[in-house]
Design a binder for this molecule. Structure first.
Ligand SMILES: [Zn+2]
Length: 207
């Protein structure tokens, strides 16, 4: 498939027209040979195999057991910028591949499985109860089950900028201030619609 066609590809699922995020694994000049495609609206995944984009696979939504960076980037709606994306626990394992898609800085929260991929501009935090970041300091956040306690999730949500997205396990209720965009059996993705207030107590004390 010609690389130029990427901009014209749309998710075939039944929802508003959406472009697809691509992670290219192999290319030959202007031709894409192997690539993963993912929809930022519904999370559907497709592949370019041997130069052919496959939209007709029996179950395009079925995922490998390992987390998929292309899908994660798509669901988080990531684009270039200076605010970092938070990858908690097992999502930190997608950091290197995700870094190939978007050059956002990354914050890895309690990364499981060591700290590979020094090529990615990332900060690692080891935290027990809540995320020690201020209001609107993150572009988006991927929250795994180990970080979906109410206190931790709320501290993560308040750190995500207005309009930024949060990806979390389907079993967890969506906190206030978020609007659901999509969900499947495993995860939901939602957008921050209310600006959290920050440093209010400190200001009061200073008066
Ligand atoms: Zn879709």
């Amino acid at each position: 498939m010609l690389r130029d066609l990427l901009d014209s590809l749309r998710c075939p699922r039944a929802h508003a027209e959406s472009w697809l995020v691509a992670m290219v694994h192999r290319a030959d000049g202007p031709f894409l040979i192997d690539a993963d495609l993912a929809c930022p609206v519904c999370g559907a995944e497709f592949r370019i195999i041997d130069g052919t984009a496959q939209f007709d696979a029996a179950e395009p939504g079925v995922r490998d057991e390992a987390l998929d960076a292309t899908r994660t980037a798509a669901l988080l709606g990531l684009s270039e910028g200076h605010l970092p994306v938070l990858l908690s626990g097992r999502y930190a394992g997608t950091g290197a591949a995700l870094g190939e898609l978007v050059s956002l800085p990354q914050v890895w929260l309690n990364p499981s499985g060591g700290l590979p991929a020094p090529a990615v501009p990332r900060s690692a935090l080891v935290v027990r109860e809540r995320l020690p970041l201020g209001v609107e300091t993150l572009a988006a956040a991927a929250v795994d089950a180990a970080h979906a306690s109410r206190v931790m999730l709320e501290s993560i949500v308040r750190a995500v900028r207005l309009g930024g997205r949060v990806l979390a396990p389907a079993t967890v209720p969506i906190p206030d201030g978020l609007r659901e965009l999509a969900r499947d059996d495993e995860e939901w993705v939602a957008e921050v619609t209310v600006r959290a207030s920050g440093l209010v107590e400190l200001r009061r004390r200073a008066e």
